[in-house]
Unconditional design. Structure first.
Length: 242
């Protein structure tokens, strides 16, 4: 066979083989997949009654905490209420808000019951500041301001914080904002008020003022509600340590 014919035949066969391989030829390779998952934390605020030493009642979750005061409350007598707060989940909260509302009973009680003092427990200790009568960072607390001033109907100037002022001093969603004010940098706290698994508490002292009671209030029951809200959202409020 002619050498030119043989070479031409080999060339044609090689080109056909190359053409057949176009589109299927590749480098050695391997492919793997990475999956990224995110899990959010949880907040779960629970409430209990107690003393300054700790919670003594059962923790309430998703059901109202019922607090029963004295059944034979008399003139000039004081009564303390301590409410404990627990963050039962994994996500810490910078803020705890409280709203005072839902009064039921004879309206005369809102003029006769005085809030004498309010103390807070957080960061493992009871704060020495009385938020009704004391001051924070050299300035009077907003509760104290309501106690001593007439703020467009939210308070009067008699130097006492009465129940009607407590229930009436709302200007936004919540009345009181609690946070670790000693840790504030700029405008926000750097430490949680309620860390994961952590506790906080508030102690209220109420007094039935003899100079404000009447015979019409004898043998009656009254109540009001405290709505508690744990969050990392910095919500504008009127009263409380700000």
């Amino acid at each position: 066979m002619n050498k030119k014919i043989v070479f031409a035949s080999i060339f044609v066969i090689g080109m056909l083989a190359l053409a057949m391989g176009i589109g299927t030829y590749s480098y050695f390779s391997d492919t793997e997949t990475a999956k990224i998952s995110f899990t959010t934390g949880k907040m779960n605020l629970q409430l209990a009654t107690g003393t300054r030493s700790g919670a003594t009642g059962g923790w309430k979750d998703a059901t109202p905490l019922e607090i029963t005061g004295p059944s034979n409350w008399g003139d000039e007598e004081e009564y303390k209420v301590v409410i404990w707060f627990k963050n039962a989940e994994s996500l810490g909260a910078k803020f705890l808000y409280r709203e005072y509302w839902g009064f039921e009973g004879n309206a005369g009680f809102i003029d006769a019951v005085q809030l004498v003092s309010v103390y807070e427990y957080y960061d493992g200790t009871w704060d020495t500041t009385d938020w009704v009568n004391g001051s924070t960072d050299g300035t009077i607390s907003p509760w104290g301001w309501v106690r001593t001033n007439d703020n467009d109907g939210y308070g009067d100037e008699d130097n006492y914080l009465m129940l009607w002022e407590l229930l009436n001093m709302k200007t936004t969603t919540y009345d009181e904002k609690c946070y670790n004010y000693a840790s504030v940098v700029g405008s926000l706290p750097t430490k949680d008020y309620l860390p994961p698994g952590g506790f906080a508490a508030v102690e209220y002292t109420f007094k039935l003022r003899g100079d404000k009671t009447t015979t019409a209030l004898q043998g009656l029951t009254f109540s009001f509600k405290i709505n508690c809200h744990m969050t990392n959202e910095n919500i504008a409020t009127y009263a409380g340590p700000v």
